[in-house]
Design a protein around this ligand. Structure first.
Ligand SMILES: Cc1ncc(COP(=O)(O)O)c(C=O)c1O
Length: 396
């Protein structure tokens, strides 16, 4: 019932797993590399973590940077996008009355991060409402730019949104904000391995992305990109051996010979770096399996399933197809208790999929990855038909 590619994954066969978006899923060969790294570490911890770690941490940066459209000096390996965005949010020197401009589609943990920062600094969060359905770049950019005032210091945007699974067309908003001296901070938690990235061309000041979602590394693998001219602004959340007293001096070197930006963020006490060190293996897996084509097939299946559900519900999608995340679609369903639908999908149909309320909508967010198949979409649609009192007629 699952796709032929499901053999590469460790997911339980009895679960129709339609929630790649939350935490990803790691292919078997990548997971085996990860475990081999952990074993190597455990067999000689002092060699691995004491003498070799600094060198070992370079390989994922070197492998990942071209995939992200940047160079290895501009990224550091972290545990997750939340950590990267916290580093940025807590590094910026905000003052009372400064404004942090953002949208109403942001991820709740990051809304909390900025609320925390606003409380500590006296800055204010200004939230613009992105018009739905999103059907033009201009509608997005004009809305965001209309939120700028002389007090705006930060523009914080998701690149792919969590509740609505939209690809925000952020390019022009980033350019315009930077031209006005506003820090641009981008939450790319869902983008690496999902949409093409050219971070240097995008030109955002700060961009955090997860490798453990669509790049399919083990959990706990992410990067923070910082433009070279902004790296001096960054302070680590954890002060450890990588910190140096003169790190802000012009031309300062990091404690371990890289830049202060890299050494201060990557050296943060004893930890298991294996998920980050497995990044090259995840990139190799994608290449070996021709994942660009797999991803295109997944996109077609996701969009087709969304259209079939739309035909059943008569409800409009949140965007025209060009702004929909390729492998993740947020599909409105008739207003209902989202927990009851979620639990019934899981308990009665063995379907793992997020169902939640967002603004005035009840949403089912479908992720499609290589291990999924069209018969699984049929199972989802017939389960939703039963639970939401919809007719399946008209969907093929
Ligand atoms: C848009 C967005 N930002 C940030 C995150 C946080 O990711 P993590 O918990 O890996 O830091 C998520 C998680 O789903 C997300 O959807």
């Amino acid at each position: 019932m699952a796709s032929n590619l499901a053999r590469h994954f460790l997911l339980r066969e009895d679960v129709v797993f339609l929630n790649h978006g939350s935490f990803g899923a790691c292919p078997r060969p990548v997971f085996e590399t990860y475990q081999a790294i952990q074993l190597e570490l455990e067999r000689q911890p002092v060699a691995f973590l004491g003498r070799e770690l600094n060198d070992r941490l370079k390989a994922p940066r070197l492998a990942l940077a071209p995939f992200l459209g940047t160079t290895s000096e501009n990224i550091v390996g972290l545990t997750n996008a939340t950590e990267g965005l916290n580093i940025v949010a807590q590094s910026l020197d905000l003052k009372p009355g400064d404004e942090i401009l953002t949208t109403d589609h942001e991820y709740s943990a990051l809304e909390k991060t900025w609320t925390y920062v606003a409380r500590r600094t006296g800055a204010r969060i200004v939230t613009v409402k992105v018009p739905l359905p999103l059907t033009s770049e201009a509608a997005f950019t004009d809305t965001v730019l209309a939120g700028i005032t002389p007090r705006t210091r930060v523009l914080f945007l998701s690149h792919i949104t969590s509740p609505t699974a939209l690809v925000f067309p952020i390019e022009r908003a980033v350019n315009e904000a930077r031209a006005r001296g506003i820090y641009t901070v981008i939450d790319g938690a869902h983008t690496p391995g999902h949409i093409p990235l050219r971070l240097d061309d995008l030109g955002a000041d700060f961009y955090a992305g997860n490798c453990h979602k669509w790049l399919m590394t083990p959990k706990g693998s992410a990067f923070l990109y910082v433009r070279p001219d902004r790296q001096g602004l960054i302070n680590p959340l954890v002060i450890s051996h990588g910190w140096t007293a003169d790190s802000k001096a012009p031309g300062a070197k990091g404690a371990f010979g890289s830049s202060p930006f890299i050494d201060e963020l990557e050296i943060r006490g004893t930890r298991d770096p294996a998920a980050w060190l497995a990044v090259p293996s995840a990139l190799d897996f994608r290449k070996a399996e021709g994942w660009d084509q797999v991803a295109r097939d997944c996109r077609d299946l996701a969009q087709e399933t969304a259209a079939r559900l739309g035909a059943m519900t008569g409800l409009r999608a949140f965007s025209s197809p060009g702004f929909c995340a390729p492998q993740m679609v947020a599909m409105p369903v008739p207003k209902a208790d989202p927990l009851a639908i979620h639990d019934a999908l899981l308990e009665r149909f063995n379907i793992e999929i997020p169902v939640f309320d967002w603004q005035d909508h009840t949403i089912v967010r479908l992720s499609v990855q290589g291990y999924n198949s069209r018969p699984q979409m049929d199972i989802l649609l017939s389960a939703l038909a039963e639970l939401c009192g919809l007719s399946l007629s008209g969907t093929k």
